[in-house]
Design a protein around this ligand. Structure first.
Ligand code: ZN
Length: 349
């Protein structure tokens, strides 16, 4: 199966009332882990690469690996997404490679650190939407600024400094026509999200619910949504690691989001923890080993286990065969004739 449009995956998820995990990849083992989990749970797949991942793996290696995943798993719909594009050029180059979805994170300036103005965000996102939709490619935007830093990207802070304003979210959706919208509700990138189990004072689910009511046709995206489970932290620390205690986004909060318009859930940290724990365990218990396969295989299996669990918890499991993929060229026609338009003033008609 060719790579499919992320918009189609998310439209189907909205129809079915489930969420789809978007898992970050940097190398072959991570891609294989996601595909193992998707095959086992019969799940549609969103694979995403940050700018850091594209630089680490080199574009062509990474993209060819995704193509291999699609060729080896023709029964699974797979979307390939650029995570946190920082500029028009980053998004354009991802589309040129064959990515079927891009995130233009115009909440920050091109340096990936400094919060932008609302008008700057609208301008750059609108340009990316025009370019991408002409080619049938999905666009995710961001309004409000997430906390934390990951892969050198992020404004830092706790995630509560720039919580999304629902009025701005509606205006942003109207003026850009994005397919999906990342909102800031107190979550952060990286392992250190919350200093205790989050409640309503730090995780603003009420804002998410309000935005969904006002933007029912725009798919919402939760970033920084690893759950950072204690058992994965414990394995790392048990075998010589030094992680400070931390709390992520509880799965039940993500499920509440999914009941209120969240269709894409970004998960990276949990997979990093799972792989690192598995590698540490092998090296700690059998220090005589030196074949990378001796630790990469358990690392891959540990990640596949976490991904399969999330796919089940988000509800995407069992939905891989629900629909036939719409070619990207057909998606382009849908954008051109307005049938895929999500702008609140048009989609409501
Ligand atoms: Zn993110």
């Amino acid at each position: 199966m060719p790579l499919v449009s992320m918009r189609q995956l998310l439209d189907e998820a909205a129809k079915g009332g489930y969420g789809v995990g978007a898992f970050n990849v940097n190398d072959m083992e991570q891609i294989q882990a996601i595909m193992m989990a998707a095959k086992q749970t019969k799940s549609p797949v969103i694979v995403q690469a940050s700018r850091g991942a594209r630089a680490f793996a080199e574009d062509l290696y990474l993209f060819r690996l995704i193509q291999a995943a699609a060729e080896l798993n023709p029964e699974l719909p797979i979307a390939m997404h650029q995570d946190h594009g920082n500029s028009f050029e980053t998004c354009r180059s991802a589309i040129a490679l064959g990515y079927t979805s891009v995130m233009m994170d115009g909440s920050l300036l091109e340096d990936g650190k400094t919060p932008s103005t609302f008008e700057q965000n609208v301008d750059v996102t609108r340009r990316v939407v025009d370019f991408a939709h002409e080619r049938g490619v999905t666009v995710e935007g961001e309004i409000g600024v997430l906390g934390g830093i990951e892969d050198g990207h992020g404004a830092g802070g706790t995630g509560l400094e720039h919580v999304t304003d629902p009025d701005q979210a509606v205006e942003f959706a109207e003026r850009t026509g994005v397919d999906a919208l990342a909102i800031a509700i107190g979550t952060s990138h990286g392992a250190y999200k919350f200093s205790k189990k989050p409640d309503g004072s730090v995780l603003k689910m009420d804002i998410l619910i309000e935005i969904h009511k006002r933007l029912p046709h725009t798919h919402l995206v939760m970033h920084g949504s690893s759950s950072v489970p204690k058992d994965l932290q414990d394995i790392i620390n048990q075998y010589g690691g030094k992680l400070k205690p931390t709390w992520g986004v509880p799965v039940e909060e993500i499920q509440l989001g999914i009941r209120n318009g969240v269709r894409k859930v970004n998960v990276d940290t949990d997979n990093r923890l799972a792989m690192t724990g598995a590698i540490r365990k092998v090296l700690w218990e059998t220090p005589e080993k030196f074949d990378p396969r001796d630790y990469l295989k358990p690392a891959r299996e540990a990640m596949a286990k976490v991904v399969a669990l999330r796919m089940t918890q988000f509800g995407q499991a069992g939905h891989a065969g629900d629909y036939a993929p719409i070619p990207i060229t057909e998606m382009a026609k849908g954008y051109a004739n307005g049938s895929l338009d999500t702008r609140p003033s048009l989609a409501a008609k």
